[in-house]
Design a protein around this ligand. Structure first.
Ligand code: C2E
Ligand code: CA
Ligand code: CA
Length: 252
């Protein structure tokens, strides 16, 4: 009920975090992240309210509200992002497997400026467990022009088997791996192996949680395609995002 009230009173808002090409360091897209400003409790983190919404069976109305917020911002986003810019949206399993999912996605896409954004649905690997229909769903998404990213890669179980079984476009490397770069060990054998695998499977890679130029340099040298993290740009409200420019360099 709290969630429905919050939707009605416009307490949710969205922030946009830039994603850059690892070579050129130019912005190629963004990830949209939801925020809840509660009148009494203040800012509630999405990890908390997404799970809460799922448990209360309110994830579908919440995601539809997210879509509305994006549609509201789309005309401005269209002026700051080039055609084909990747637009990452987190989809919770409760919505992915909901009966209305395909209709919801179609309606959302139809409400956006035509042929401008490349929508990328970010799905975590733990959401694919025991869902044989996932492959059919992914095929359908691809046929409708959506792309799919596996989110938080490395944090779930049975990660590798899912890579082989499903066709996904991007692999988002969890920030746990990125964090470890340049700390205890000089090499990151697991991360190395993941990157090799992604390449063999024709998946593009996005590193999350890039906080230092050292991490960015390591990731770029190891062939990661895209970078996202505080070192590049924090999640920002639309007003700030519209004038944002990458302010980063790496020695050649
Ligand atoms: P996520 O999809 O892995 O999103 C990335 C999270 O990492 C975001 O946290 C972002 O603010 C944070 N982050 C980005 N760069 C850095 C960095 O350099 N260092 C560190 N330490 N953190 C960084 P946020 O916004 O708190 O979201 C947390 C999680 O909540 C998301 O993880 C996602 O699973 C979920 N979430 C957020 N918005 C939505 C949404 O609209 N729908 C759904 N279903 N889930 C959402
Ligand atoms: Ca994500
Ligand atoms: Ca993630």
């Amino acid at each position: 009920k709290e969630i429905l009230t919050a939707i009605k009173h416009d307490q949710f808002y969205v922030v946009y975090q830039p994603v850059v090409d690892a070579q050129s360091l130019r912005m190629t897209g963004l990830e949209v992240l939801m925020r809840w400003k509660h009148p009494v409790m203040g800012e509630i983190p999405p990890d908390a309210f997404i799970n809460f919404a799922e448990a209360q069976k309110l994830i579908v109305p919440l995601t539809l509200h997210l879509f509305d917020l994006i549609i509201r911002d789309a005309p401005v986003l269209q002026t700051v992002l080039p055609p084909g810019a990747k637009f990452g949206i987190n989809i919770a399993p409760g919505h992915l497997h909901a009966e209305s999912f395909k209709e919801d996605m179609r309606a959302f896409a139809a409400a956006l400026p035509p042929d401008h954004f490349q929508i990328v649905l970010e799905i975590t690997e733990r959401d694919m467990i025991n869902h044989r229909e996932a492959n059919q769903l992914f095929e359908w998404l691809h046929s409708e022009g959506f792309e799919i990213a596996i989110d938080d890669f490395g944090t779930g179980h049975s990660a590798l088997i899912y890579l082989e079984r499903f066709t996904m476009d991007y692999l988002k490397i969890d920030r746990g791996f990125v964090n470890a770069i340049g700390t205890e060990t000089v090499t990151s054998p697991v991360l190395d192996a993941v990157l090799t695998l992604a390449e063999r499977l024709n998946m593009l890679t996005v590193a999350e949680g890039v906080e230092t130029p050292e991490q960015a340099a390591w990731l770029r040298e190891h062939g990661v395609n895209y970078l996202q993290g505080y070192w590049i740009g924090r999640p920002m409200p639309l007003e700030q995002f519209r004038t944002w420019q990458p302010d980063i360099t790496l020695g050649e």
